[in-house]
Design a protein around this ligand. Structure first.
Ligand SMILES: *Cc1c(COP(=O)(O)O)cnc(C)c1O
Length: 424
């Protein structure tokens, strides 16, 4: 089935007389007739539900839909995008291991890696996504376990060269993990370009309505763990905390990674989504293909309007001809990138603040990538503690405005921007 159909129909398929929408199984626990029945579940010999911290039917239906959209073999939901990235990396890298990550990633992920996961004993090397082959090669160490990047980086809108990084990762016997939040599988399926594992903050376009915070992980099933068994003992040798099962032997390349992630990390860290949130996410997913098309159309119109306006200093949007990533975006996302546009207002910080005060359709919010057009001035909010010099060094100049173009009528969004610019 095509992506538009998967958005609506994948995951939950009702039987005769069952509810059309997946039921919200808002229950912590599940009942069994005998202890033996339950024992089979605890040994991972039978599949089923016993406690919602590990698995819940509502969440599983929605995870299956996301896995189908990405073209993967298995998927799981987490309670946030942060938890998805933590789990995706920690599932294969532990204390004493090393991971290579792109510098062009979401600030929250950068902090997670560079501060919190370093405290867990994992070493990170951050590489410029446009670095030379020599620099990329030099980043690999004998204990490297994964490479990590973002399809379209939040907020810099750098487009990641997935194929190049997949080839480099595979040459060193490790998987490539991609955070595909901004592109969504509607605009890019990283597995088609060699990526092995995909993560999402479902909080953004997938939900699309500001209704829930959530995350997802999907495995392509393509990475051959046994071929690099010494690097990934957690998947290729017996797990004593699960009665000695070896994940790859029992679940194959298609199921081992996600089963281990649920069985160990969900069990021990418990970043479980609420069934109600999974249900809300599913509603958002049903219209994802339609919404992404509109986000891209509106984003393109807004970027073109801004780039021709005499009060605008610069515009960054990968869909604009002349953008540094225009050709790469056309290769990986021929149907469009996303609805996020960043730009500078002439006159710097003061002009940006004055401009934003006049906006009426675009609301000021610390959010991106949903139906409602929203706008953020990082210099006076998320990056407030930095001086103007530090802001420039961080790639978030004092004049930078991040605009997340929603699915309203583009004429109304543009008219709003025009009247606000007039008053600057
Ligand atoms: C927002 C975001 C995250 C973090 O997700 P939460 O759902 O807020 O925890 C991770 N990656 C990207 C690209 C994001 O935009």
């Amino acid at each position: 089935m095509k992506k538009e159909t998967l958005c609506v129909q994948a995951g939950y398929v009702p039987e005769n007389g069952e509810s059309r929408l997946p039921p919200i199984v808002q229950s912590t626990t599940f009942k069994y007739d005998t202890s033996e029945d339950m024992g089979e579940l605890f040994d991972l010999k039978a599949s089923g539900y016993f406690y919602t911290r590990l698995q819940n039917p509502t969440s599983d239906y929605v995870a299956a839909k996301i896995a189908a959209l990405e073209g993967g073999t298995a998927g799981m939901l987490t309670s946030s995008g942060q938890a998805a990235n933590l789990f995706a990396v920690f599932n294969i890298a532990g204390c004493g291991d090393h991971v290579i990550a792109s510098t062009a990633i979401y600030g929250g992920t950068y902090n997670l890696f560079n501060v919190t996961m370093r405290r867990m004993g994992i070493d990170f090397t951050f590489v410029d996504p446009d670095c030379s082959d020599e620099e990329l090669e030099a980043a690999f160490k004998p204990n490297t376990k994964a490479v990590f990047g973002e399809t379209i980086a939040n907020p810099s809108l750098v487009v990641f060269d997935i194929e190049r990084f997949a080839n480099a990762a595979h040459a060193h016997g490790v998987p490539l993990i991609i955070d595909n939040t901004f592109a969504t599988p509607i605009n890019c399926r990283p597995f088609e370009f060699g990526c092995d594992i995909v993560t999402h903050s479902t909080t953004k376009y997938m939900d699309g309505h500001d209704a829930q915070v959530g995350g997802a992980i999907v495995d392509s099933g393509n990475f051959d763990w046994m071929a690099h068994a010494d690097k990934f003992p957690g998947l290729t040798t017996p797990d004593e905390s699960y009665h000695g099962i070896t994940y790859v032997e029992q679940f194959g390349n298609g199921g081992a990674y996600i089963t281990k992630c649920v069985a160990q990390l969900m069990r021990d860290l418990g970043s479980t989504p609420a069934p109600m949130n999974a249900y809300l996410l599913n509603l958002g997913l049903e219209s994802l293909a339609v919404r992404m098309k509109r986000h891209c159309e509106n984003g393109q119109k807004v970027a073109e309007f801004l780039s021709q306006h005499d009060k605008i200093a610069w515009v960054n949007y990968p869909g604009l001809e002349g953008n540094k990533y225009y050709d790469r975006a056309k290769k990986y996302m021929p149907n469009g990138t996303c609805g996020v546009v960043s730009f500078g207002v002439k006159g710097g910080r003061k002009a940006a603040e004055a401009f934003m005060k006049q906006l009426k359709v675009a609301i000021i919010a610390t959010h991106v990538a949903d139906a409602h057009t929203c706008v953020l001035h990082p210099a006076s909010s998320t990056h407030r503690q930095l001086s103007d010099e530090e802001l420039v060094a961080a790639g978030v100049g004092p004049d930078l405005v991040r605009l997340s173009v929603g699915i309203e009528n583009a004429d109304d969004i543009i008219a709003d921007l025009a009247q606000a610019l007039e008053s600057v």
